[in-house]
Structure formats: C-alpha cells, structure tokens
Design a protein around this ligand. Structure first.
Ligand code: SF4
Length: 342
C-alpha cells in the first residue's frame, strides 16, 4: 500500500527527518527537501505534500493586503500583510496570522468575536498562511505577529509548534525576536509561553497583551476574560515574562471614545503599567458593524497619549492602516460573520 505523503508545513526539520527515515529516506535528502519546501516553496519530492490552501477573496489598501484563505475542509481563514519601514528605512513586511477561525473570547469591540469559535487551526494551517503569502504572493516576510482571528493561547500547542517551525534554521528561519504572540491575557498560558521563550533559539520571542482598559470595571465590560483573570493576576504573569535586556512587552490599548479615554483612565493606566518593562501601543478604535462607538478624533488620541506619557510610560501610536479592508485590529471576521465557511 502506498503511504500518504507527509504534510510538511506542520513539521520542524527534525521531525520531518524522523518521519522520512521511517520511509527509508536518507537524512541529507530529507533535510534538502525540507529546505526546498520552505525556501523555494516546492519540495520537489513525492513523499512530501503541502496542505491544500487556496487564495479566496483578497483585498488591498495601499500596500496592505488581506488574504482570504480556503482550507482543506472548505473553512476560511484570513491573514494580513502589513508593510512597515524599519529603522534603517528598508521595507519590511509583517504578516498578521490567524490562530483560529472565529474566537470564543467575546471581546465586545471585536468583529471576530461575533463569529464565535468555529475551530482552531493546526500548526500546518498556521504555517500555510506564511507559505501562501511568501510563495503565492511572492512577499518577503520579515516579522510574524499572531494577531489575526482567534486567541492564540486558546490554541497554544499548535501555536508553539508553528513558532518552532517559523524559527527553524532549515525552514523559514525567522528570528524569535521577530515573532510575537498577542493575547487577551491568560496568565497560565502566558507562563507556558514564557517557558518556550527561555529555550535557546527562541529567546526574545515577543509578547503583546491586549489590555484595552485602565481598571477591572472597564475591562470586564469590554473583555469577558477579565472576569476570570483580573488585571492584577495578569500583571503578575507579565512581570514573570522573560523580557531580556532589550525586550519590552507590547501593551495594546484600543482607544474608544467615552469608554476608556478619560483623564483618570490615563492615570490608572500609568499606575498599572509602571512596574512593567513595556511599550503602550494606542490603537484608535476602528468602527465595525453596528457597534455604537465612533473612532476617536486625532486630537483625542493625542491628548490621551500625552497624559500617559506624563505618567512615565513609553507610548507609540499605531497607524490605522487597513481600515477600509477590515484588516485593522479586531476586524478580521470573514466575509460573513457567524459562518466562517463557504
Ligand atoms: S480581540 Fe482577539 S481575543 Fe478578543 S474576541 Fe477578538 S480575536 Fe478574540
């Protein structure tokens, strides 16, 4: 009986070599095929297969591209290619990946939350998003952020495997310092990810925490997760994160007028963040669907940022690229909210 080809995108090189050996493929040949799969896009051997992913609806705004991807079971997921310039001025592309189809976390400002959780993605399906952007679009990807659909820490085993593959020297070879996981803040899973971030080759893995509120009262209203993991517990988990000498945790704060942008909120936020080695990323709210809030005016954003800076916090403001293609934060939700399947 002929054996099924090995689906390579969910494997590190080491695992691929082991599975290939069981089929009588010599180690050097297995390593060479693995490298080809990740460096040219084509393994060119019949014992390896790439998962069936087809590009569906793709939208562009400027250089920002949202890719709809249809998976083997007909479900759809999405990823976004975000061009950014580096400090040296060289163009860089960040790939914003999905870890799930839909999401179970129910953050009220988030379009994806309305789908509920359809299913989690396998490591191969996560890596397939990179493979498609890299080889079907021909885009050089320098940075990876798990910030698309879903809560990555609700799919931690597969996300960890995907991180190992991205960082594999024989695979995409993306340094861990250019890979970042964004979470609503699940303390136990952050601790598990911290263990990964202490491994050789994976040090300086980035952590981003979607905070979005200055206190438990506001946060519990916006993010149900806060009712089981309040901000004090979350901060303990962040304090234990191995930031290293040059690292910082990224704290994301979607600024919603009339909800979390008051002067006293800036003070509470400053007090909460001061013990952390972090950068605050203020993201002007992107109006989505029928949610009641407008986006903040630039001067409202500026005033809030100035106040938080006065409390000694390092702040940066995110450009709202991708708004018209629903590729900005909290807006990845498939074409038909509530379905996720064609
Ligand atoms: S913001 Fe993130 S964690 Fe919250 S519902 Fe949306 S996708 Fe899920």
């Amino acid at each position: 009986m002929t054996q099924k080809p090995i689906d390579i995108l969910g494997l590190t090189c080491r695992l691929c070599v082991r599975l290939a050996a069981a089929r009588g493929v010599p180690r050097p040949e297995a390593i060479a095929a693995y490298r080809r799969a990740f460096r040219t896009g084509r393994p060119d051997v019949d014992w390896i297969s790439l998962p069936q992913v087809t590009i569906g609806e793709s939208l562009a705004e400027g250089n920002t591209m949202k890719l709809g991807l249809t998976l083997g079971d007909g479900r759809e997921t999405e990823c976004v290619v975000l061009p950014q310039s580096s400090r040296t001025g060289r163009p860089r592309n960040t790939l914003c990946l999905s870890a799930q189809i839909g999401c179970a976390r129910g953050c009220v400002f988030c379009q994806t939350a309305r789908m509920g959780l359809v299913r989690s993605l396998t490591a191969a399906e996560i890596v397939a998003q990179w493979h498609t952007a890299r080889f079907s679009l021909g885009t050089d990807i320098s940075n990876i952020v798990f910030m698309g659909m879903g809560e990555p820490l609700d799919n931690l085993d597969e996300v960890i495997q995907a991180i190992r593959i991205f960082a594999d020297h024989d695979g995409p070879a993306i340094p861990a310092s250019r890979i970042s996981v964004s979470t609503v803040g699940l303390p136990r899973s952050i601790a598990r990810l911290a263990t990964l971030a202490k491994e050789p080759g994976l040090r300086r893995l980035g952590l981003a925490v979607s905070l979005n509120a200055p206190n438990d009262e506001v946060r519990s209203r916006l993010m149900p997760v806060n009712r089981i993991a309040p901000m004090a517990v979350l901060r303990e988990a962040m304090l234990a994160w191995p930031v290293g000498n040059r690292g910082r945790i990224l704290i994301e704060y979607v600024l919603i007028p009339g909800v979390n942008d008051a002067p006293e909120h800036a003070k509470q936020l400053g007090d909460y963040l001061r013990p952390l080695k972090c950068t605050l990323n203020v993201i002007p709210y992107n109006p989505t669907g029928d949610l009641p809030w407008p986006s903040p005016r630039p001067e409202q954003v500026g005033r809030f940022i100035d106040r938080v800076i006065d409390y000694g916090i390092l702040v940066k403001r995110r450009r709202t690229i991708g708004r018209s293609i629903s590729g900005a934060c909290g807006q990845l939700a498939g074409r038909r909210v509530g379905s996720g399947v064609r």
